[in-house]
Design a protein around this ligand. Structure first.
Ligand code: AMP
Length: 278
C-alpha cells in the first residue's frame, strides 16, 4: 500500500494502478463502517484508493473541525490490513490553495434536512468530492447510506456534471446495540453512549409500524419522537419522513421513503436513517 500527499504524487501512483479504480473518500479516524466500503471496493475494482481528508469547507463556524478526531497511523494500518492499494492524504493547502474561489452547489436536494441545519455543508461536500473525482477519475466511488442526503446530493452532482463514475451506496454498519458507527461516537461520555442506541430503536419502532401498514408519514415521525422522549440524555433536532428521491416531506408513504433524524447527546450531534419500502 502506497501513501501519497501531493496531486503530482497521486497522479504518478494512479498511472501505475490497473483499472478499474474504486475510490473511498473519508475524513479518517476509521472504523468498520469505512472498512466495509473498502472491502466492497476491493471486490468490485482492480485497484482501491482511499482519501483521508478532514474537509474544512464542509464544517460550519460552530462545528467540530478543530477537534475532529484523527489517528493517521492507526488508519494506515487498518487500510493496509483491508487491502487498499493507495492512500491519499492531501493537505488543506493542496486542495484549497490561497485565493481559492470555485464551488460546486447542488441546489434543491441540498436544501432540506441536513442542508437546513448545516448551511453550506453540502457545498463543501460537493466541492471536495468533485475535486477528489477530478484528481482520481474513479470508475466507482463508495459511500455509506448512513449519510443518506450526502449520497443523494452526490448522485445528483455526478449526473449533472457528467462524471463517468458510478456511485455505490453501502449499508450502514452498526454496533451490537444498534448505534450507527461514526467517528464522532468517540465524543460520547459513557452515559451518552449508553443512551445513544435510542436513535436506532426509534427508527426500528417506526419501521415496524410501516411494516404493519402505517402509511401516514406524520404517524411514523411521531413514533420516532415518542421513542426519543423516553430518553432524557438525547435531544431530537429533527425527524423526517421524506420521498427517497426528492427528499421532500411526505403526507403518505407510497413506495420508497427515507426516515431520518438528527439528535444531540450533550454537544455531540448524531444522525441516522432507515429506508422504508426498499
Ligand atoms: P466520513 O469519514 O464520516 O466522512 O465517512 C466516510 C464514508 O464512510 C462516507 O461515505 C460515510 O457515509 C461512510 N460511513 C460512515 N459511517 C458509516 C457506517 N456506520 N456504515 C457505513 N458507512 C459509513
Amino acid at each position: 500500500m502506497q501513501q501519497v500527499f501531493t496531486l503530482q504524487e497521486l497522479w504518478q501512483a494512479l498511472a501505475a494502478l490497473p483499472a478499474p479504480l474504486g475510490l473511498v473518500p473519508t475524513m479518517g479516524y476509521l472504523h468498520l463502517g469505512h472498512l466495509s466500503l473498502v472491502q466492497r471496493a476491493r471486490q468490485e475494482c482492480a485497484s482501491v484508493a482511499v482519501s483521508i481528508f478532514v474537509n474544512p469547507t464542509q464544517f460550519g463556524a460552530n462545528e467540530d473541525l478543530s477537534k475532529y478526531p484523527r489517528n493517521l497511523q492507526r488508519d494506515l494500518q487498518m487500510l493496509k490490513e483491508t487491502g487498499a492499494h493507495l492512500v491519499w492524504t492531501p493537505s488543506p493547502e493542496e486542495l484549497y490553495p490561497a485565493g481559492y474561489q470555485t464551488w460546486v452547489t447542488v441546489e434543491e436536494i441540498s436544501r432540506p434536512l441536513e442542508g437546513a441545519m448545516r448551511p453550506g455543508h453540502f457545498r463543501g461536500v460537493a466541492t471536495v468530492v468533485a475535486k477528489l473525482f477530478n484528481a482520481t477519475r474513479p470508475a466507482r466511488a463508495y459511500f455509506g447510506q448512513k449519510d443518506a442526503q450526502q449520497v443523494a446530493v452526490l448522485r445528483q452532482m455526478t449526473r449533472d456534471l457528467s462524471y463517468p463514475t458510478e456511485i455505490i451506496i453501502c449499508p450502514t454498519l452498526r454496533e451490537a446495540d444498534g448505534l450507527a458507527m461514526s467517528s464522532r461516537n468517540v465524543y460520547l461520555t459513557p452515559a451518552q453512549r449508553a443512551a445513544a442506541p435510542v436513535l436506532y430503536r426509534a427508527l426500528q419502532a417506526a419501521a415496524l409500524a410501516h411494516q404493519n401498514g402505517e402509511r401516514r408519514a406524520e404517524a411514523l415521525r411521531e413514533q420516532v419522537r415518542a421513542a426519543l422522549r423516553a430518553e432524557p440524555q438525547v435531544r431530537l433536532q429533527y425527524v423526517s419522513c421524506a420521498d427517497y428521491d426528492t427528499l421532500q416531506e411526505l403526507e403518505t408513504v407510497q413506495g420508497k421513503a427515507l426516515l431520518s433524524l438528527a439528535a444531540y447527546a450533550g454537544e455531540t450531534r448524531l444522525i441516522d436513517n432507515f429506508v422504508l419500502g426498499d
